[in-house]
Each structure stands twice: as C-alpha cells, then as structure tokens.
Write a protein that binds this ligand. Structure first.
Ligand SMILES: C[S@@+](CC[C@H](N)C(=O)[O-])C[C@H]1O[C@@H](n2cnc3c(N)ncnc32)[C@H](O)[C@@H]1O
Length: 222
C-alpha cells in the first residue's frame, strides 16, 4: 500500500494518528484491560475506530461474536442514539460481563439484544429468534473463521440494499497472504476462500482494509 510517489505509511504515521485521534472511550479501555489477561481476543483499537465511524447512520446492526462487547460498544457509540444491535455469542458468561460494560457506557439495555446460541443455529431458528429477522443495515462478523462464509449467506437475506458487511481478522496475522506460515485447520484456508469469494461476489462491492488484523468491507448492492 503506497502513495503514487512510493511512500508507504509507517509506524510513525500510525503513532501520529493515535496521538491525534479522540481519546479512547474509558469503558472501551476497561474492556481492553480485562480482555488481555482473560485471554479474550477483541478488536484492535484502530479497527474499533473504523467500526465506530462506519456505524454512523446505521440504525439496525447484527453482530456475530460478542465476547466482552468491545466491538459492540464501538458500533453502539457510532450509531444514532435510537440505533439497535442484535449480537450473537453462545458464551453467556462473556456476554453478561459485556452487558455490565455497556451499562457503564450509558447504553440502554433496550438498544442491545444478546442471542446466546451458536450463530448458524440462531439464524436457522427464525421462529424462536425474532430479533434476528432484520432487516439490518450493517453486519459485523467476528466469530468462527471457518463459518464466515455460512454467516454471510445467513445474513444476506436480512440485509437492506446499501447495507455494509464487515468481517474482522481477514488477514489473520499475515497467514492469509502467506507473509507468515500457516498450518492445516488454523482457519487460513477458510479465510482465503471467504475473502476471495466476497471480493468477486457480484452482490457486493468489497475490499480489505489493512487495519488491525484486516477488516473486510462489503457494500451490499441488493
Ligand atoms: C474474537 S471473539 C469476538 C470479539 C468481539 N467481536 C470484540 O471485538 O469485542 C469471538 C467470539 O465468538 C464467539 N463464538 C464462538 N463460536 C460462535 C458461534 N458459533 N456463533 C457465534 N459466536 C461464536 C466466542 O464465544 C467469542 O466470544
């Protein structure tokens, strides 16, 4: 990624962006501080800022993979004040902690619905999960890497034209491009296939931002 004169942004540029950006929300900092010691993988801070910016004007969001609710809060902070999020994670102990942090950040409980079951089961059980009926104008995917393609197919019928689909970890710490070695079954092949499929899918206009661990952005044409 370089400019026309060959300049490639460096760590100095990233540090300048970090120093210039608005301070991180104190509750996001709390979640970040808890997630590391607990071994909970969460969104990178820069990627979180991107999510917050992209959530502007998006009133109905669905998220796959809540964990401690860092990305959920990034989305909620960017949404209009009457926006809602349905977030899916089978791990209730994580999402209960997440709810506590969302409350501390002043997000009313009514804005965030948690679905505690595996996402593909939840999407398939339309009758028992009315919150997942949609329509949604943004979807964020950050759970099992080998299921990304299946999450997308479950989400597509629930999207409005112009909706944005975002997926995290699509560079998988350099393993997807081959910059770093991968091993069988570590999710690399699934992510490669997912990225290639979405970027060539005529239902979307898609790209990958090399931010954090790689964010795939796909605008839904409808
Ligand atoms: C990378 S973490 C999510 C991090 C979160 N998006 C953030 O940035 O704050 C992945 C989460 O996916 C959840 N998960 C695992 N299997 C799942 C499934 N089948 N459906 C939905 N979520 C699942 C895990 O419990 C874990 O909390």
């Amino acid at each position: 990624m370089s400019t026309r004169d060959g300049y490639v942004p460096t760590v100095v540029d990233r540090a300048w962006i970090e120093a210039t950006a608005a301070p991180v929300h104190p509750v996001l900092a709390m979640i970040d501080a808890a997630a590391g010691p607990d071994g909970i993988p969460i969104l990178d801070r820069e990627a979180g800022r991107v999510l917050t910016a992209l959530a502007a004007g998006r009133r109905r969001i669905v998220e796959v993979g809540t964990a401690y609710g860092y990305s959920t809060l990034c989305l909620a902070l960017g949404q209009p004040a009457d926006g809602t999020i349905v977030t899916i994670d089978p791990d209730r102990s994580r999402t209960e902690r997440a709810r506590g942090w969302w409350r501390r950040a002043g997000i009313p409980d009514t804005r965030i619905v948690v679905v505690n079951r595996p996402a593909l089961d939840a999407f398939a059980a339309a009758a028992s999960e009315p919150a997942l009926a949609g329509p949604f104008d943004l979807a964020f995917v950050d759970a099992l890497k080998h299921e990304y393609g299946a999450y997308l197919e479950a989400i597509v019928p629930r999207l409005v034209p112009g909706a944005l689909v975002i997926a995290d970890n699509v560079l998988w710490a350099g393993r997807v491009s081959g910059e770093r070695p991968s091993s069988q079954g570590d999710g690399t092949d699934a992510l490669r296939a997912f990225n290639a499929a979405v970027m060539r899918d005529s239902r979307f206009t898609a790209t990958i931002l090399p931010v954090g661990d790689g964010l795939l952005l796909a605008g839904f044409r409808g």
